[in-house]
Design a protein around this ligand. Sequence first.
Ligand code: SF4
Length: 349
Amino acid sequence: MSSTRRTFIKATVTTGGMAALVGPNLKLAAASDFSPSYLELQSKGLLSERAEQLYQQYQACELCPHRCGGNRTAGEHGLCDAGDRVRVYSHTPHFGEELPLVGRRGSGTIFFSHCNLRCVFCQNWPIAHEGRGRLVSDADLAGMMMDLQRRGCHNINLVTPTHVLPNIVRAVELAARRGLRLPLVYNSSGFERVEIVRLLDGIIDIYLPDLKFMDGEQASRYAMPGAVNYPAMAQAAIKEMHRQVGELVVDEQGIALRGLMVRHLVMPNRVAGTRAFVEWVAEHLSSDTYVNIMPQWRVEHQAFEHEPIARGIHSEEFLEAMRWAREAGLRNFDERALAAERVHLRRQS
Ligand code: SF4
C-alpha cells in the first residue's frame, strides 16, 4: 500500500452522527484529503509501465479466466469477441447506480461493448452480446474521461472493463496528464483473473464487482459454458480487490472516494445462491462490506428459454435474501435495497 493511501485511510472515521447523509456504518474522509491512486503511480512513472505490461496480454490474450491465448494485435478475437481497439457504446452521467456513486451530478459511466461472461439474462445484451458501439482510439477514450469530469461527474465508472483493460489504463495515463482527478470505478461482472487484478493495485480506487453465482454449474448454465469456474475466480478476485482498497469510504456529502462495493442480483428459485453469497462476504471480507442485494431481476434476452428463471422474483425471495444477509452479520446495505425491502414488507402486511 502506498504512503498516500495509508495517510488517507488513517484519516477516515466511521460516519456515526452523519448517518442521515451518508449511511450509519460507512467510513468517512474529507474530500480535500483525497487524491486518486493513479496520480501517485503516474508521478513515479509507473502508470505507463503498467499499461505496457497489460498491452502485452494482447499478443496471447489471458486477460480473463477464459485464457483464449489469441493474438489480438494480429486481428484474432477471443470468446469476448473484442480486438485490440476499444469499442464504446456510450459515455454519459448516469443516475441509476448506487447512491454513493451518483451523488448530485451523476456517475460518469463509460459502457464498453462486448463481455467475457454474457449471461443469458443480460439487461444490456445489445451492448454486451452483440457488441454495439463504435471503435475509438485510446486518446478518444481519454477525451471521454475528461468530458465526464468537465460535466461534473463524481467518478469515472468503467462498465464491463475486463477485456479492454490495456486500452483503459493507457487512456487513464493520457487523461491524468491532461488533469483527470476523479476516482476510477471498476464495474465488473466479477469474472476476473486475480493475477490481472493485482496489476490494477494503485490504479483503481473503487471496485464494484458482481458476485452473481455461488455454484459453477449455475454459472455455466446461465452465463458462458466456460464460466464453470466463475465462483472461484470471482471470489479470489474480490478478495484481492478488498485487500487493495478495503471497505467503502465516502466524503462529507456521502460520495464514494475509495473502497469495495459488491453487487448481487437475487434470482428466481435461489439460482444465484444468495445465502451462500452473504455468508461468504461475512466470512471472507467483512461485515462492514458495502453490499447491494439487488431486487431488480427482469426476464430479459434469452432468460425466457430457461424455465427456472423465466419469471419475476417473489416478495418472499427478496425478503429472505435480506434476512439471510442480516443473519450473516452484514450491516452496510445499499439504500435502494433497504427501500425495496420496506416496499415488499408493506405488500405482505
Ligand atoms: S479477454 Fe477476451 S480474448 Fe482475452 S482471454 Fe478473455 S475472452 Fe479471451
